[in-house]
Design a protein around this ligand. Structure first.
Ligand code: C2O
Ligand code: CU
Ligand code: CU
Length: 418
């Protein structure tokens, strides 16, 4: 879409989708029956979105990863849209190109609504990124992969039957709502914008032939340097943009993307367009964060499992402001997961409204793909992760565990930027 002011409508609605052979599945989606079309936003453009709720219950429209002003535009639990109702928001993005997502955030029904199908990929574009030699022909060599898992009972979802306090898991792996998906490869290099849209599952991705791929971006956009992998783990709500080079494959070959030993989807190699583009060693420059003088280290403790989960020992209360931070200050946040190192769960820590840098894990080096901006970080059991955060916009923002059932139980708090 072109122009400096863009108006459009986004509707949360019910529908039916052919997922498994036989009966269709009742699903929810954004302006479609399941998930939603990828939303592409250009940095600097003023967007006016008319949000409509055609669902039988209250929902919210949360822009996970977007640096927008205040809790209403952000779409956390403060911004309910009632059944049959609507809300108008507008914003201009001033953040770098990245892959984000839209999902509901009503407390305490986030997990159930995402499970039903409410989630859509959001792609932010900007000039800087458009100059990098990345594939960007949407649907051809640049595709979003929303990874989720579900169970079906006579082809229908039954959230209550499958509910797990520690996060609902499914036996079917879905990519963009599809089981056993196949992508026809027509170019040597393919860019995958991978989003972990699961309620709880961590994906440990690899190809069946241990094919290499290169990560170029994380939650907050381009990484300073490309990182080569054969295995990549994504915790809940994390994103990774990777480029896969199929140059050693010939037409007819099939490569399978797996998580552990579960096949997720296939890449069918066709007569593909060759490319000799090489990635530069340096992609972008990320500033070294310098904590503002006089600020204290902020501490957050994520504890427990099942109904014992707590954030700083407490459950969420929308009437309570848990922390305050001055706009423009850069502060260090230490996020600790007190679970037992050997058998405890990872809690993926997420913050709204502002992206952060990950400085250390238990005082040591972060993972090689954590050198860019992020808004979710998997905090391992028994670990303290140090972040550098700077809030740039006024308002109240949520921070929470992104295992959706933990969030709904109340493993969530709010910070006021002033
Ligand atoms: Cu992905 Cu509070 O959100
Ligand atoms: Cu969010
Ligand atoms: Cu958790």
């Amino acid at each position: 879409i072109d122009g400096n002011d863009v108006y459009y409508t986004l509707t949360a609605q019910e529908g039916e989708t052919q997922i498994l052979p036989g009966k269709k599945t009742k699903t929810w989606g954004y302006s479609t029956s399941l998930l939603g079309k990828t939303i592409v936003y250009k940095k600097g453009v003023h967007y006016h979105v008319h949000l409509v709720n055609k669902l039988p219950e209250v929902t919210t429209f949360h822009w996970h990863g977007l640096n927008v002003t205040g809790p209403i535009v952000d779409g956390g639990p403060h911004a309910p849209v009632y059944p049959g109702g609507s809300r108008d928001i507008d914003f201009t993005l001033d953040q770098q190109a990245q892959t984000d997502w839209l999902h509901p955030h009503p407390c305490p029904n986030t997990a159930r609504q995402v499970y039903r199908g409410l989630a859509a990929a959001v792609v932010v574009t900007d000039e800087e990124e458009s100059k990098l030699p990345f594939p960007r022909n949407y649907g051809v060599d640049d595709i979003p992969l929303i990874l989720q898992d579900r169970n079906y009972h006579d082809n229908q979802l039954d959230y209550d039957a499958d509910y797990d306090m520690d996060g609902t898991l499914g036996t079917y792996a879905l990519v963009n709502g599809t089981v056993n998906g196949v992508f026809d490869v027509s170019t040597q290099r393919v860019r995958l914008r991978i989003l972990n849209g699961a309620n709880r599952r961590e994906w440990r991705l690899h190809f069946d032939d241990e094919h290499e791929f290169t990560q170029i971006a994380s939650d907050g956009g381009t990484l300073p340097e490309p990182v080569q992998f054969t295995r990549l783990m994504l915790t809940c709500a994390e994103r990774a943009e990777v480029i896969v080079d199929f140059g050693d494959k010939k037409p007819g070959d099939i490569v399978t993307l797996m998580s552990d030993n579960i096949p997720i989807m296939k890449f069918r190699i066709g007569e593909y367009k060759r490319s000799d583009v090489e990635l530069p060693e340096h992609l972008t420059t990320i500033p070294t964060p310098i904590p503002t003088k006089g600020t204290q280290i902020v501490h957050t403790v994520m504890s427990g499992m099942d109904d014992q989960v707590r954030l700083d020992g407490k459950l969420f209360d929308m009437q309570r402001i848990d922390k305050r931070q001055k706009i423009g200050d850069t502060v260090l946040w230490d996020v600790t997961n007190t679970n037992d190192m050997h058998q405890g769960m990872i809690h993926p820590f997420h913050m709204h409204g502002n992206q952060f840098l990950v400085l250390s894990r238990n005082g040591k080096e972060v993972y090689p793909n954590e050198h860019g901006w992020k808004d979710v970080v998997g905090v391992n059991a028994g670990e303290t992760v140090r972040l550098a955060v700077k809030f740039t916009k006024f308002g109240v923002y949520m921070y929470h565990c992104h295992i959706l059932e933990h969030e709904d139980t109340g493993m969530m708090a709010q910070i006021e930027a002033y």
